[in-house]
Design a protein around this ligand. Sequence first.
Ligand code: GLA
Length: 725
Amino acid sequence: MAIKFIEESKTFKLDSKTSSYIFRVFEGEYLVHYYYGANIPDTDVDELRERADFASFCPDSPSARVFNFSPDITPFEYSTFGAGDFRLSAFAVENPQGDKITDLRYVSHNIYKGKKPIPDMPSTYVNSDHEADTLEVLTEDKITGVLVTLIYTVFNDYGVITRRVKVENKTDKPFYIDTIHSACVDLPGMEYDMLDLYGKWGKERSMDRHPIHRGIQSIKSKRGSSSHNHNPFTALISKNATEDYGDCYGFNLVYSSNFSIDVEVDGSACTRLVMGINPEGFKWYLEPDEEFCSPEAVMVFTNQGLGEMSRIFHRFYSNNLIRGKWKKAKRPLLINNWEGTGMNFDHNKLVSIAKHAKDIGLEMLVMDDGWFGHRDDDRTSLGDWFVADYKLEKGLGGLIKDVNDLGLKFGIWFEPEMISPESEIYKAHPDWCIHVGNRDRSIARNQYVIDFSRQEVRDYVYSMMHKILSENNIDYLKWDFNRNLTEVAAEHLPKERQGEVFHRFMLGTYEIMGKLTTDFPHLLIENCSGGGGRFDAGMLYYSPQIWTSDNTDPIERLTIQFGTSMCYPTSTMGAHVSANRRTGYETKMNVALWGSFGYELDPDKLTQEEKEEIKAQVELYHRYYNVIHYGDLYRLITPFENEFKVAWEHVSEDKNEALVTVVQIKKAYEQFFMLRLKGLDTEKVYVDQESGKKYSGAYLMNAGLNLTHKPNGDGQSYRIHLIAE
Ligand code: GLA
């Protein structure tokens, strides 16, 4: 069992492959956190509780019976508001009588094999019950009777612990959940750097690393999506942590809407992290006999550096988050017409792209935005999910038949959560977009958001999608989401439920995505939100890949892909070669290969020479597919540390194959360059597939490859493919 309860000391001990996590029932009722870090044995951990001195302003807990116990200096397992702990609150309810004082005490616990899903929400899962153990700890606020269950799952094969909470109302009066975080972690000291992923459209998930300071530091979204701006991921790492060394705590939320991750350093220089649904804009009315579940938080700890932290996330998400046929099946090599044609296409143009694509060796045509309603630009038709016959004169069936006859699969674009003011659906149902009474409706990209918190709206949109998908031979769906939520309220809900709309909207989206995966299990779904504006673990539960960014410039993509790889696996990152500026097709391919590879251009415009080059790329794509999609990633030189050159490496699980890629961002004066590889077997001998030269694994990792004479002009790149003898 990865989870045990030691009766004498009332200690819960959770042991993942790389971490121990310890908390206790203290004095019979308080849940107090003792330890989270590298594995330690079941020794006495008494001394880990006291992290600060009792000071005269520290409130005594009404029932504290021991010296130096005050809620304000105690590392709590799940902190609450108003009962003596003045630091960040993980949880608070607004009680029927209007106050917010919440004080949770231990009631009972239960340990079992396996893991249960969260109703109506995405979460990580077990393939068999032997993979994980789960602990549920029931707590209660004795005055109000609010019940909160803290749920932990420990995965045996990974350094992963997941957490979430469930609130139940077994009283006879409703109350509001005011704040509900999925996890609360108290760490000793403040000697950590905080690492998070920030950005904007076209520059998603750059990495920011900074020392934490006294007070509160946060990353958040209140956009109704996880957002381009901050990703629901953060890591607290030791100050000396590098890719290969140091303590790293990685935190990621399996949620796609408003989130917050707050880190507080208190006056005693101790650190608390809380993460979950952003309390701003959230308030949930819980009636008697109802329950509410928080999203899931995934926690990874390793003392082997950032690289290993990422690899744990990657392996875990590949095996225990991504589902369905495309979890393991080889994904079709696609061409998407968006960058090539925009919305300016018709039947013949798409068939012509498909013909060229077939010649080059591509496997699927994806028809992007512009195929429905009367959509020639972004001002109309979202919500009118019927075919624009004036563009597709043989209808959708006719187009797909012609594409299929060429030997290509077919994919289609939808933006289900949106509605254009100029559309038939809006004319018929102007109240179906999210809005507040007669307040101005903010428009963004010329569109509104359709209210997925309403069942009849979801049913209508889904019935239109279902018709298209069931009547046609469609293999792939790109689900887009091209604006954020404003004026968020819902007329169909009573006053006391207005704080639920953001979350209900998200549950609505999850419901439709869940139906899609059930009704069309063969469908490969790729998420998208103006590029990577909703690149999160919640979305990965429904779609095994996400369009990483609208920015397909290979040099600018480097920070985006390096940042994204902090916690999301290679196979999840949609990455396409496009016809954009600057660098040649070689570098475009080398960068795009690090992801779910494809093309996004108009092949009619390629020269014969370019076509030949792309044909050769397709061959390479097949050759490297397994090592890239199923291998381990090593970030060798990152663009956050080196402005001249970057390098990364994928190594197969059995360490028999490695693919190294080097990109010269700009030419440096210093040209001597030895690259030490990682993750190989020191005992094996590897053959460079291009030169035929042989190197021992020990040599490659300890001395390194001398790449001084390799191309190093601006934007140049190359690969080194090694296979063990
Ligand atoms: C978003 C996506 C693009 C494309 C357009 C279509 O911006 O990120 O890939 O699908 O929408 O409108």
